[in-house]
Every structure is written in C-alpha cells, then in structure tokens.
Design a protein around this ligand. Structure first.
Ligand code: KG4
Ligand code: ZN
Length: 350
C-alpha cells in the first residue's frame, strides 16, 4: 500500500492532538485540544494533570479527526503515535490508546519520535524541501541543529548544552510576571518594545561551535531585574522582553546560518514551538533572502505541537515498512536516531 490513510495521535506534553493524512499525503484533518487552562495557574506543565487530561480528551479528539477528515474507520491503513521524548505519563496515554485501536482494527502501529515529527513538519509545509538540508529544532525541550542527508540520515551538528530556547522564553516570562505559556507572551510583549533598549549577552561559546547555551542569558535577566528592583526603578517589560528575545533570536540565526554555510547546503528548515516566534520568523526571512538560502518555516500551527507532523513522520515510516510491535512502550527520553532504524518486519500487523 503506497497511498496509505494514516491516523496520528500526539500526547507528549500539554496538547492532545489527532490528525488524518489522506492517501496523497495531504492533511485531511488536524485537531487539537490545548491544556493551557489546566496548567496556567501553576505557571508550567504539571505532568500528572497533563496525563489525566489526555485520558479525558483523547477519544473525542480522535473521533473529531476522523469526522473532520470524512473517512470511515475502515479506511485507515495505520495508526502513528508519538512514542517519545516527552512526559512519561502523558506519552503513555497516547501509546496505549493507539496500540489498542491499531490492534482492534488489525492495522499496523507506527512509533514516531517527537523530534522527527517536528522535522517532518518542514516537509508538510514544503513537500519539495530539498535534501540535504540543515534543520534547526527549537522547542520547549530541544535546541538542536541537524544536517539531514539525502537518505534521511540525521547528523547532529550542535545542540544546547543547558536550557532549550523554549525554556529560556518560558523562564523569562515567569520572571517578568507574564502568563504561561511564556514564549507567546514574550513574543506579544516584545512587539510593543524596543529590541535595542536593553542589551543582553549573546552566548556564542567557542567562536566556531554550533552548540548553544541559554542558562547565562536567563541569569543575566535575573540580575538585571534584581538591580532594577533594588534601585527602585520601574520595569519596562516590553523593552526587556524585546531585548531578551532579540538575544535568543540573534544566536539562533547566527548559528543556523553558520551551519548552512559550513554544511554547504542550500536550504534551512526551522521547526518546533519557538519557530512560531514572529521576530525569529521575520529576521530569518530577511537573512535567507539576503544570503540566497531557501528557508522553510512551517505555518505556526505546524510549529507548536500537533498531530499532522506525527502523521507525516509516520507516513514515511509506514512507506519504509517500519511498524512497531504490540510491546511498544512510551519512552520519555527517546533519542533521535543518528541512522534510520533497521527496516523491521510488519510486526505491528495483527
Ligand atoms: O514544540 P513545542 O510546542 O513543544 C515541545 O516539543 O516542547 O514547543 C513549546 C515551546 C514552549 O517553550 C513555548 O513557550 C515556545 O515553544 N513557543 C514560543 C512561541 N510559541 C511557542 N516561543 C517564542 N515565541 C513564540 N511565539
Ligand atoms: Zn514539540
């Protein structure tokens, strides 16, 4: 079957999501229930509450996706699910649900790595995105630069040595008293501010390193706010947010384009929740145009967690004959494969 209809389920963090890909690979439905209301009062994701909400929501979200896609259950050829990385209890909900559904319907179960799903979102947006290319993944848990080879092998070029870019946004928002989730809140606040009013350090590490470090920036903000408060000066939140955001965006862009130059590729994809950031998107676009580099940034709804990207990664795995066994387990710290996994038999087919 080289034109599969794929249902995908994503529950790795605080979004319960399902999507259906049509036989031609187009998104037939993508549905999402955000849990922001559950976690906002705690200022961050509470793992137990996330898992509980997934349990309550997953069935209706999957049914909605099937209805929206206008397909019957019989039309499904495989079920893809995020296996990891993510919150253990949250992942377990999606994996158990997908496993039961695939088993009951007698169709293959496909395990998807959440990072590979983010990478796949670039091809969802631009199916002609060329290989090899460089991909920057910027999310709540990851800041990774990969070169992706023509045969889909991933080569890690650089990664954060401490906090992820999304974490740097979220922690700064908390310090500034902005609401959860912090990234979008800083993005909004910064639009009213001057990005050059407050200058924060650009942590570049060694001059030629493609690794990142954001923990020093976070500390710089902490001291800046402490000094302001001690001096009894008002916090100009919009300017501070804009200056802080600018430091993160600057470093991400410098390293991403350095990676492109050193890898001698003509295309850069930027994916993951932070790639929804408006300042990052506009500065990336300017730089890409100036340097003649093809830039792919998925639409914002494909940047933050969603199941369409899981379906896209699952579709490729399905076409390569990779199915999971019924003993599939959620893996909170699942790593991305440096090499594609060995082609397995369709163990998932009942
Ligand atoms: O990819 P994602 O939805 O979930 C993970 O896999 O982690 O990324 C979530 C991260 C959070 O840290 C969130 O604050 C950040 O992406 N984020 C943003 C924006 N939208 C989401 N950061 C900056 N600007 C945004 N507009
Ligand atoms: Zn994600």
């Amino acid at each position: 079957m080289d034109r599969p209809t794929i249902l995908a389920i994503e529950t790795s963090c605080d979004e319960t999501a399902a999507a259906v890909l049509a036989p031609d690979g187009a998104v037939a439905a993508t549905v999402l229930a955000s849990q922001h209301d559950v976690h906002a009062r705690y200022g961050g994701v509470v793992p137990e509450l996330a898992a509980r909400r997934h349990i309550e929501t997953v069935e209706s979200i999957v049914s909605d996706a099937i209805t929206q896609a206008g397909v019957t259950w019989d039309a499904l050829d495989a079920i893809a699910v995020t296996q990891g990385p993510g919150l253990a209890g949250a992942l377990l909900v999606g994996v158990s649900f997908a496993k039961a559904l695939a088993y009951a319907r007698g169709i293959p179960l496909i395990a998807v790595n959440h990072l590979e799903a983010h990478i796949a979102s670039a091809w969802l947006e631009a199916p002609d995105c060329p290989l090899p290319c460089v991909v920057l993944i910027v999310s709540g848990g990851h800041t990774h630069l990969y070169r992706i080879e023509a045969g889909w092998q991933y080569r890690l070029l650089g990664r954060t040595l401490d906090d992820a870019a999304g974490e740097a946004f979220d922690k700064a928002a908390k310090m500034l008293g902005l609401p959860y989730p912090g990234g979008p809140a800083i993005d909004r606040a910064a639009r009213e501010g001057n990005p050059t009013a407050v200058r924060f350090p650009r942590p570049h590490l060694k001059p030629r390193s493609l690794d990142f470090s954001f923990s020093g920036l976070k500390t710089a903000l902490l001291y800046y706010l402490r000094d302001l408060d001690r001096a009894g000066k008002p916090r100009r939140t919009a300017d501070i947010a804009a200056g802080y955001q600018e430091a993160i965006v600057d470093v991400l862009i410098e390293k991403a384009f350095d990676a492109v130059r050193r890898s001698e590729v003509g295309a850069l994809a930027v994916v993951g929740g932070v790639s929804a950031n408006t300042r990052l998107r506009s500065l990336l676009a300017e730089r890409g145009a100036r340097e003649g580099i093809r830039l792919i940034i998925p639409r914002p709804s494909y940047c933050t967690d969603n199941a369409a990207m899981v379906a896209a990664a699952g579709r490729r795995a399905y076409l390569e004959g990779r199915a999971a066994g019924w003993d599939l387990e959620a893996e909170a710290s699942l790593a991305i494969a440096d090499e594609p996994p060995a082609v397995a038999t369709r163990a998932g087919r009942a």
